[in-house]
Design a protein around this ligand. Structure first.
Ligand code: A3P
Length: 322
C-alpha cells in the first residue's frame, strides 16, 4: 500500500469500523467518509488535518484528485512563488534539480498521518501545501480565511489510466492488487469508488466554488496546462498576487519556469529517475507519459465508453466538458 496502516490510532479504527468499505486499488481498503473514498491512512490524515490545521490568509493550497497533475502543479507553483529566491534558470542549484516535487511542499493528509504533531507554522511564507481533500471536507479555516486554492483536474479517462498504471507499479510486491482486473476497476470508478472519488463530485465542488468566488479558487485542467502552459502559469501568478512584470515577460521568465517544470525536463533528472520518496515509492512512478489522450493505449473502446457515459451524465448541465 502507498501508506501502510501501522500508524492507525484506536480512534480511527473505531471510526472506520462503522464506515462503508470497499476493496481499493492500492493495496489497502477504502472507506467512505463525508461522501468520499479514502484509504485508512489518508482518512486518518484527513481527520487530523480537520482538527489541527489552521490556515493563514497568505497560504496557497494546491488541490487535485490523485493522478490529475499534482506533481506538475507542485513544481510549477513552487517555482513561480519562489522565483526571486530561486531564480530560473539557475546556476544549477534550483531545488527542483535535486528534489522530487513532492518533497518540496507538504501533502497535508500524508504529513498529518505520519506526523500528527507536525508544526506547519514553521513553513516559509507564503506556505505552500497540497491536498486531495474534497471541498466539503476542507478544514474550516481554509474556507473562512483568505487563503488561495489552486485546483487542477484532468480528463477522467486519462486520470483513470494514470492511476491504473500507478497502482500496478506500487502493487509489484502485492500480487493480489496486480490481479485486480481493469474491468472491475472501471466499474468501481464509474460508481465513484476510487481514491478521493467520486471523481465528478470532487471536480464539481471545486468548479462551483471557483465560479462562486474566483478570487478564492482557481480552477484549471491538465489539458489547458498542456495546451498553453505559459498562459495558465501567468493566470495562476495573477491569481496568487505575484503576476509577472512586463520585464519578466520580455526576459522569458515564464517560459523558463514552464521549461524547467516540463515532463521532459523533470522526468530526465537523475533525482526523478533514480530517487525514492521517504515512503519507498520510486520517484519515477510519478512520471509515466505525461500526455493528453494517452488512455487510448490502455482502455478498450467499451471501457472508454463506460467512463464517457458516466462522465457525461455526471457533468451534464455543469458547463464543464472534458
Ligand atoms: P500519466 O500516468 O498519464 O503519464 P500526479 O502527479 O497527480 O500523481 O499525476 C501523475 C500524472 O502526471 C502522470 O500521468 C505523470 O506522467 C504526469 N506528470 C508528472 N509530471 C508531469 C509534468 N511535469 N508535466 C506533465 N505531466 C506530468
Amino acid at each position: 500500500a502507498f501508506l501502510g496502516d501501522e500508524l492507525l490510532t484506536q480512534e480511527t479504527r473505531d471510526l472506520i469500523s462503522s464506515l462503508p468499505k470497499e476493496k481499493g486499488w492500492l493495496g489497502s481498503e477504502m472507506y467512505q467518509f463525508q461522501g468520499y473514498w479514502h484509504t485508512q491512512a489518508l482518512l486518518q490524515g484527513l481527520l487530523t488535518c480537520q482538527k489541527r490545521f489552521e490556515a493563514k490568509d497568505s497560504d496557497i493550497i494546491l488541490v487535485t484528485s490523485p493522478k490529475s497533475g499534482t506533481t506538475w502543479l507542485k513544481a510549477l507553483v513552487f517555482s513561480l512563488v519562489n522565483r526571486h529566491k530561486f531564480p530560473v534558470p539557475s546556476s544549477g542549484n534550483h531545488p527542483l534539480l535535486f528534489t522530487n516535487p513532492h518533497l518540496l511542499l507538504p501533502f497535508l493528509e500524508g504529513v498529518y498521518y505520519k506526523t500528527p504533531e507536525f508544526d506547519f507554522t514553521g513553513l516559509p511564507i507564503p506556505r505552500l501545501m497540497n491536498t486531495h481533500i474534497a471541498h466539503r471536507s476542507l478544514p474550516e479555516s481554509v474556507k473562512s480565511s483568505s487563503c488561495k486554492i489552486v485546483y487542477c483536474c484532468r480528463n477522467p479517462k486519462d486520470m483513470f489510466v494514470s492511476f491504473w498504471h500507478f497502482g500496478k507499479t506500487l502493487a509489484r510486491e502485492e500480487t493480489t492488487d496486480a490481479e485486480f482486473p481493469i474491468e472491475k476497476a472501471v466499474e468501481a470508478f464509474c460508481k465513484g469508488k476510487s481514491m478521493s472519488g467520486p471523481l465528478w463530485d470532487h471536480i464539481l465542488e471545486y468548479w462551483y466554488a471557483s465560479r462562486e468566488d474566483p478570487n478564492k479558487v482557481f480552477f484549471v485542467t491538465y489539458e489547458e496546462l498542456k495546451k498553453q502552459p505559459g498562459v495558465v502559469l501567468g493566470r495562476i501568478a495573477e491569481f496568487l498576487g505575484c503576476g509577472f512584470t512586463d520585464e519578466e515577460i520580455v526576459q522569458g521568465k515564464v517560459e523558463e519556469i514552464v521549461n524547467l517544470c516540463s515532463f521532459e525536463s523533470l522526468s530526465n533528472l537523475e533525482v526523478n529517475r533514480q530517487g525514492k520518496l521517504p515512503n519507498g515509492t520510486e520517484s519515477k512512478a510519478f512520471f509515466r507519459k505525461g500526455e493528453t489522450g494517452g488512455w487510448r493505449d490502455t482502455l478498450s473502446e467499451s471501457l472508454a465508453a463506460e467512463i464517457d457515459r458516466t462522465i457525461e451524465e455526471k457533468f451534464h448541465g455543469s458547463g464543464l466538458k472534458f
